[in-house]
Design a protein around this ligand. Structure first.
Ligand code: PGA
Length: 242
């Protein structure tokens, strides 16, 4: 069915190390790599490992650029549950990446269409994503491209599914957001390379579904079957039975 061949690592730690190695090797080829960064629990260890590489070789990240994949809409930007707060804490702050090398959706943008247009213009001006790091939701979403009968192709305001609204990042939100801002499948699939990380027993079922699925908006991650350069790293827990 698929060219998506998971590379199965023994542990989540080994998966994260392999992910960090890939990022660093791409940075050596292109020091101004534009990294599109997912948030959530899955990539956190990878980002920590990048900090170790930074400490050993600070210059490595001097020109790297970052784009935030998605954001909860309507949550205050300063709220600790935003993707912004996550990236500032785990990636941008530690690696010293300032506003001149970073863009991301504003969770409180008054006009979501204008905000999506702003991000698309920034991305076009930067020349596209070099490496897009993705996790997968248990419902098969990528970014906040939620399963459904259709998918808007480009960056858009997405109505969140109930299971997405229960994401642990939002545990402290007094009111869990109903919408999110996300890159669309077009921006994701135009990345030169994609790195999908899948770890833990909780992702076993969706990984199995992904590997067996035709391309369908009912499982947005299945669009990755169309991309010629996806690296799918998973740990043994997620791969078991696959
Ligand atoms: P997780 O989130 O990495 O915290 O599992 C992934 C997602 O829901 O997209």
């Amino acid at each position: 069915m698929t060219d998506l061949q998971p590379v199965v690592c023994d542990t989540a730690e080994a998966m994260s190390r392999q992910a960090a190695d890939l990022i660093v090797s791409l940075l050596r080829e292109d020091p101004s790599l534009l990294l599109c960064a997912a948030t959530g629990s899955t990539p956190t260890r990878t980002y920590e490992l990048l900090l170790e590489r930074y400490r050993a070789e600070p210059g490595l990240f001097d020109r790297m650029r970052v784009l935030k994949l998605d954001e909860w809409y309507e949550l205050e930007m300063e709220h600790p549950g935003t993707c912004e707060a996550y990236l500032q804490r785990h990636l941008l702050g530690p690696l010293g990446i300032g506003a001149e090398r970073y863009a991301g959706f504003d969770s409180r943008a008054p006009d979501s269409d204008a905000e999506c247009a702003r991000i698309r213009t920034w991305l076009a001006d930067q020349g596209g994503i070099g490496l897009c790091i993705l996790g997968i939701g248990r419902n098969g979403h990528l970014g906040l491209n939620e399963p459904g009968e259709s998918l808007p192709p480009h960056a858009h305001l997405a109505e969140l599914r109930e299971e997405t609204r229960r994401h642990p990042m939002l545990v402290d939100a007094s009111e869990r957001p109903r919408h999110g801002l996300t890159l669309g499948m077009a921006e994701i699939l135009q990345s030169r390379r994609i790195l999908l990380l899948v770890s833990g027993a909780g992702k076993r079922e969706i990984l199995a579904r992904l590997l067996a699925s035709p391309v369908t908006t009912a499982l947005p991650a299945s669009f990755l079957h169309l991309h010629p350069a996806v690296t799918l790293l998973c740990d043994r827990e997620a791969a078991r039975g696959n």
